[in-house]
Design a protein around this ligand. Structure first.
Ligand code: B12
Ligand code: SF4
Length: 517
């Protein structure tokens, strides 16, 4: 049987990284079946083209995975596939919470022939065999013979053949610049970010988060050896291709067990398996100096920190009181001293946020080392304690907000401002962090750092700008480049002043093969 795994586009940004679930399920597919992957963010498709594709390619089963914000598109694509006579199985965090919606048991129309609940590592081979036999069931739950929930242990972990997988669609560098970059320096043909997980689960249970409910509070880790081998495979591929590969450790809290993280980082260093990487770590765990030293030595370049708010009352309200705003600056300085920078994520529209929250937060951010701030709105995702709380209180204004997804729009009324005011706060956060002036300031503030750091912050800011301000086509990119010409000229002047080689960003996109640790 030929199987298509499809991830719909989010309609707002291009994807900078493939989705791990597709590669994982491909690796877990029983032999004898062929699996093709299409990520809609890089290969846009509409209903007609997916229906044509499955017919022309003789696809026997389509698997669709989606987060809540992509689910409306996922359902439309599933409908088109089913209308073409091909079975659809859906999985991922949204349908796990809303299986009845996907199966048409809630009064709406049916979109999926089958739904895989929760982690599908162990159910996927069964789904494929059932589909091949024509005995697909409605629901596949990860349970043992006694009906008890069973979470995959991650030991053993499937080997994802990164050395053979076609990754052309995920090259972040536009084709037009390849020849030029090859002349600038060896190792510049491609640049990709690859998702790698080293563990699953987070016990913290923040009110707005899907993770504790979905992956459970039982934390599971792969063996150090299996992670190290994956990194070595990626490093080897980058070398062979003359390209760049960076890794995104997608674990929700990469340092949730500090002892184990340190041991993994030490093994990465010992095996010379360092590539540049990004990971998500909560601020409280970054108090540990030794951990931060090891992060830097093991290739860590960017740490994503869910700061959420600078107001302790907000944090306590959403059960994230372990975040201590008073120590944010210290933590960020500690990282920056080791040339590791932070993606700092904030949520506006929390119940204790009055108008002016964006400016107050910005004031604080400006005292920190330049990083990448991002701003979102409090969003009640299905299945979260937040959703239930707001539903019970009758505060949901769009209880099924995902059916008509609007980016950066609230689905409930906050307590201390109106919905429109909350939308304004988010706009202010993005506009004042990503205006040409703000970008120039951020780059200038790193004048004491090597040129490569400044270039990498600049490129990253331009890319992150696109999360809020649509930047989907060449014209939008050209406009953005033009607006930021002052900073570009400054960087170029410094680059040529120090020789062209010095202009090559040495941090975010330094050749992974050029070991310097
Ligand atoms: C990496 C990641 C991202 C990446 C996404 C890009 C990418 N290429 O991966 C980035 C950083 C861009 C991102 C952004 C966002 N993310 Co995100 N992200 C994650 C994260 C940390 C890891 C995803 C992952 O790979 N997990 C590991 C794999 C193995 O798990 P999985 O994807 O769930 O797949 C398993 C099962 O779900 C199932 N499965 C999944 N799909 C399918 C399909 C089929 C057919 C089958 C059978 C099974 C199946 O099988 C897999 C193996 O067990 C998750 C949290 C988490 N730990 O999962 C959040 C998570 C998915 N993100 C979330 C959110 C909310 C967002 C944002 C909306 C945040 C924001 N406010 O801006 C944005 C929106 C992104 C967008 N582009 O639209 C939520 C989604 C909740 C929901 N109900 O939708 C999560 C769960 C985190 C959370 N705090 O709740 N994210
Ligand atoms: S620490 Fe992060 S992953 Fe864990 S529950 Fe809170 S928001 Fe979710």
């Amino acid at each position: 049987m030929k199987i298509l795994l499809y991830n719909p586009d989010n309609g707002v940004t291009r994807n900078f990284m493939p989705h791990l679930w597709m590669f994982l399920l491909q690796a877990l597919t029983p032999s004898g079946h062929e699996v093709v992957l299409i990520d809609g963010n890089v290969q846009p498709m509409d209903e007609e083209s997916i229906a044509r594709y499955v017919r022309e390619q003789n696809i026997g089963l389509v698997g669709i995975g989606a987060m809540t914000r992509m689910i409306a598109k996922a359902y439309r694509m599933a409908d088109a596939v089913r209308a073409a006579g091909v079975k659809v199985v859906m999985g991922g965090p949204h349908v796990t919470e809303m299986a009845d919606e996907a199966l048409g048991r809630d009064g709406g129309s049916r979109h999926a022939d089958a739904v895989a609940l929760g982690e599908a590592d162990e159910t996927w081979p069964r789904i494929v065999e059932d589909a091949a036999r024509g005995t697909l069931k409605d629901v596949y739950a990860p349970v043992d013979d006694f009906g008890q929930e069973r979470k995959p242990s991650l030991q053993p972990y499937p080997e994802i053949p990164w050395d053979k997988i076609k990754l052309e669609q995920f090259n972040l560098l536009p084709g037009i610049v390849h020849p030029l970059l090859r002349r600038v320096g060896a190792g510049w043909g491609t640049f990709r970010i690859i998702p790698v997980e080293s563990g699953r689960g987070c016990p913290y249970g923040c009110e707005f988060c899907t993770v504790t409910g979905f992956f459970g509070d039982s934390i599971r880790f792969r063996t150090n050896e299996s992670v190290v081998n994956e990194l070595l495979l990626l490093k080897e591929r980058a070398k062979e291709e003359g390209g760049q590969i960076a890794v995104f450790f997608i674990d929700d809290n990469f340092a949730i067990n500090v002892k184990r993280t340190k041991s993994l980082l030490r093994d990465i260093i010992a095996a010379n398996a360092q590539v540049h990487w990004v990971a998500q770590i909560s601020a409280n765990l970054l108090r540990d100096e030794e951990l931060v030293d090891l992060i830097a030595a093991a290739g860590g370049k960017w740490i994503f920190i869910g700061m959420e708010s600078i107001d302790p009352a907000n944090l306590a309200d959403v059960k994230k009181g372990f975040n201590k705003p008073g120590e944010y600056g210290v933590v960020l300085d500690r990282l920056a001293q080791r040339n590791v920078f932070a993606i700092t994520s904030f949520i506006f529209g929390m119940d204790n946020d009055p108008p002016g929250v964006a400016e107050r937060t910005m004031k604080e951010i400006r005292t920190w080392p330049a990083g990448l701030p991002i701003f979102g709105l409090m969003t009640p995702l299905p299945g979260t304690p937040l959703y239930k709380k707001l539903e019970v209180a009758g505060r949901l204004t769009r209880p099924k907000h995902w059916q008509e997804f609007i980016p950066f729009a609230m689905a409930h009324t906050p307590l201390k401002m109106s919905i429109d005011e909350a939308h304004d706060e988010v706009r202010i956060g993005w506009a004042s962090s990503y205006s040409p002036e703000a970008i120039e300031k951020a780059v200038d503030s790193l004048n004491h750092k090597p040129l490569g750091y400044r270039i990498s912050i600049f490129i990253a800011r331009l890319c992150f700008r696109g999360i809020y301000f649509p930047q989907m086509d060449r014209f939008a990119w050209l406009k953005s480049i033009l607006e930021n010409r002052r900073t570009i000229f400054k960087l170029l002047r410094q680059g040529f002043g120090g020789g062209l080689h010095a202009a090559v960003p040495s941090v975010a996109i330094e050749p992974v093969t050029g070991q310097r640790h």
